[in-house]
Design a protein around this ligand. Structure first.
Ligand SMILES: [Cu+2]
Length: 697
């Protein structure tokens, strides 16, 4: 596979990808927004006079029905599909938020947001504002003078001015304004990657409403790095020929089924959602146990992340991007039709998002779903030398999004043993500043000649509306613990585990501790397992560094979610985004710190877990010109939820799904499967139940 996009082949070679168009009509209350619904929301607002030529639509989000309404809903019942629409008047900067029922054709609420003061954040950026900001910068005499002063005037036309969220610094000329800051990068040709040619110390500060550059920083005179950072094979090639092809084939098709947004795969069942902010959302995740679909999570997503930078320079000390709340992860989702990241038999989900004007845009093949072989799930060789081995397989549901220089993949993995894994993949191009080659910068290593890349973090926040056998759950911190040698530990070898219930929101703000194998357990408040203990799942963190910024910094309070690995909250339908609904330019304090101040009970309540994780990035030479994927994430594993290993009846044949021919009952694959079949019976290779009821002796 090359990195070169080929727009003529939407279905990528070597896959058996199938384009599946999202149904035109929503059939279930949790189905993602359709194009028609987005268009209807705009039409309803326009008919009511709320859309002028200056009106833009920074965000539309589906409003899930209340949980009791959803629980009572049955197939065939009417839907009340509601959308939360943010409106921005680009001329005045006034923004408002409407709740529109596209089913009833009514506006349920319309609120003007007080974005003119510090406690309110700005709506998310529009694509047209990126272009507008670049034009304003290039047209400003201050920027042009700086380019002349640096001897770069011949590069002004091709220069790239990046649109960067400003952070919050309580400055008089910024509070309540719609601000974007802009770095300038040179390009030496139309197709040249700009990120390799930063102009250090040049920052233009733009007021998007007043449409002007209100300030320009122009410090120092560091030469612009000249070495290219281009990464396509026409520059980096020729492509090596040493790798032989790998073909992933599933001759009988995939093991999952899809009905609208509903996915079933082995014991798992869930609904695939998608929205402009969070991208992929998983709803109503259940595990089939006997005749029962047991709930594990009501909703799971990664609704926010922050990318704070750690250097003191004029170019970057203010940077702390909220890639979800400021730029919108789902809006920037890749269409995998243009470069697929999945192998095997793939099911794609299209996604619909509004454009800047609120008109629907389809992102074809935004979400990819496929199965992957995952090595060994369990194995034992007995005393006689007989080996039993079962292979692991996982269902992968994923999407990729590009926010400027960085690309993020959000991958949810479902396993045959009841585990769920979330993995965020960070790749793309590290933000570079320029420095004198060979010099030292305590905040940014030199990773290519003159390219200094500041330290930064990517801290994601997953929101897990857990529901272990129902919504009434309790939350516990479990640790392994040594015991002092003495009467309780006479030989010194003994250790145990501790269980501390986190009964309220202030108790449930926790930091990981790998040295104690600390995990967080969510238990059913009413259901017990085979051995009489509460059914439970463990949230297993990686426990890496939290927000590095100091408490005095404004990012500390704006990205408070990133100061703890775990927050537990009592469910509230309005509490969806851990840094608040609009973190852009917002003063510290919104989101999790505000919600948890009430210290609500978590004892037998409907609990939501917020888990912060992600890499602290000290860049390296190998990250240039594109960084190999950096993986981070967490596991959500059954711990006493199931009565035994639920994968004991997996077929023994590694190929799992190959059919035995009729009459092949004495063939290896059937006997190895743990049963024998009557001669002449058709059987599935390795199936635990061949239908003839004759277990192997
Ligand atoms: Cu990074």
């Amino acid at each position: 596979m090359t990195h070169v996009h080929d727009s003529h082949t939407p279905d990528v070679t070597h896959t058996h990808g199938k384009r599946v168009t999202t149904p035109a009509e929503a059939r279930h209350p949790l189905d993602p927004l359709t194009g028609e619904e987005i268009a209807a929301a705009r039409r309803i607002l326009a008919d009511a006079g709320h859309v002028t030529e200056h009106t833009r639509v920074p965000r539309m989000l589906p409003v899930d029905p209340p949980k009791d309404v959803l629980a009572a809903w049955r197939e065939g019942d009417a839907l009340d599909r509601r959308i939360r629409v943010t409106l921005l008047d680009r001329d005045t900067g006034v923004s408002s938020e409407a709740i529109v029922s596209v089913s009833r054709g009514e506006i349920d609420a319309l609120t003007v947001l007080d974005t003119g003061s510090a406690p309110y954040g700005q709506p998310q950026y529009l694509f047209e504002e990126y272009d507008a900001a670049a034009q304003l910068v290039k047209a400003s005499p201050e920027w042009q003078a700086a380019m002349h002063r640096r001897g770069l005037e011949e590069h002004m036309e091709l220069a790239f001015c990046s649109p960067l969220a400003p952070g919050f610094f309580d400055r008089e000329d910024e509070v309540g304004k719609r601000i974007i800051r802009s770095h300038t990068y040179l390009r030496f040709s139309e197709s040249d990657s700009p990120w390799a040619h930063p102009i250090e110390g040049l920052v233009a500060h733009v007021d998007l409403t007043a449409r002007r550059v209100f300030k320009l920083d122009d410090e120092g005179d560091i030469p612009v790095p000249q070495q290219h950072g281009n990464y396509t094979l026409d520059v980096q090639g020729p492509a090596r020929s040493s790798l032989k092809p790998i073909e992933i084939t599933q001759p009988e098709g995939p093991s999952f089924s899809v009905d609208g947004s509903l996915v079933q795969w082995e014991n798992w069942k869930f609904r695939v959602g998608f929205n402009q902010q969070e991208g992929l959302v998983l709803n109503q995740v259940t595990w089939r146990d006997g005749d029962e679909d047991r709930s594990v999570a009501t909703r799971a997503s990664v609704p926010e992340m922050v990318v704070p930078y750690g250097d003191t320079s004029v170019s970057r000390h203010w940077i702390s991007y909220f890639d979800a709340g400021e730029y919108l992860l789902g809006k920037n989702a890749n269409s995998l039709a243009l470069g697929c990241d999945c192998l095997g038999v793939i099911h794609y989900f299209d996604a619909f998002v509004p454009d800047d004007h609120g008109n629907p845009v389809v992102i074809p093949q935004a979400v990819c779903m496929h199965e992957e072989d995952y090595g060994i799930l369990w194995k034992h060789t007995d005393l006689a030398g007989n080996a039993e081995t079962r292979r692991s397989r996982r269902l992968v549901v994923s999407y990729f999004t590009t926010i400027g220089n960085y690309d993020y993949g959000f991958f949810w993995y479902f396993y045959l043993d009841g585990s769920i894994q979330m993995e965020a993949k960070a790749t793309g191009i590290v933000v570079a500043g320029a420095g004198i080659p060979g010099s030292e910068d305590p905040h940014g290593p030199e990773i290519a000649p003159g390219i200094f890349t500041p330290v930064h973090q990517h801290i994601f926040c997953a929101r897990l509306d857990v529901a272990i056998d129902g919504e009434d759950n309790t939350l516990h911190e479990i640790e392994a613990a040594g015991i002092p040698t003495g009467p309780e530990n006479p030989y010194g070898n003994a250790f145990t585990w501790t269980n501390t219930q986190l009964t309220s929101e202030l108790e449930a703000q926790r930091i990981a501790n790998g040295l104690a194998s600390r995990v967080w357990e969510v238990r059913s408040a009413h259901r017990t397992n085979y051995v009489g203990k509460p059914t439970a799942y463990w949230l297993i963190p990686e426990g890496k560094m939290l927000l590095a910024a100091q408490p005095e910094s404004t990012v500390h309070g704006r990205a408070a979610f990133a100061t703890k690995h775990l927050w537990g909250t009592q469910y509230d339908a309005e509490e969806l985004y851990p840094a608040g609904f609009a973190p852009n330019s917002r003063q510290p304090g919104d989101g999790l710190p505000a919600w948890t101040a009430a210290d609500r009970s978590l004892d037998g309540e409907d609990i939501v877990l917020w888990h912060s994780f992600g890499p602290t990035h000290i860049p390296r030479t190998e990250d240039w010109p594109i960084m190999p994927v950096d993986y981070s994430g967490f596991w959500f594993k059954p711990h006493g939820f199931l009565d035994q290993n639920p994968a004991m009846n997996l077929p023994a044949d590694a190929r799992a799904s190959a059919s035995c021919a009729s009459g092949d009952s004495t063939g290896n694959c059937c006997t190895a499967g743990g049963c024998g079949c009557c001669a002449g019976d058709a059987c599935r290779c390795g199936s635990a139940n061949c239908g003839c009821g004759t277990p192997r002796g």
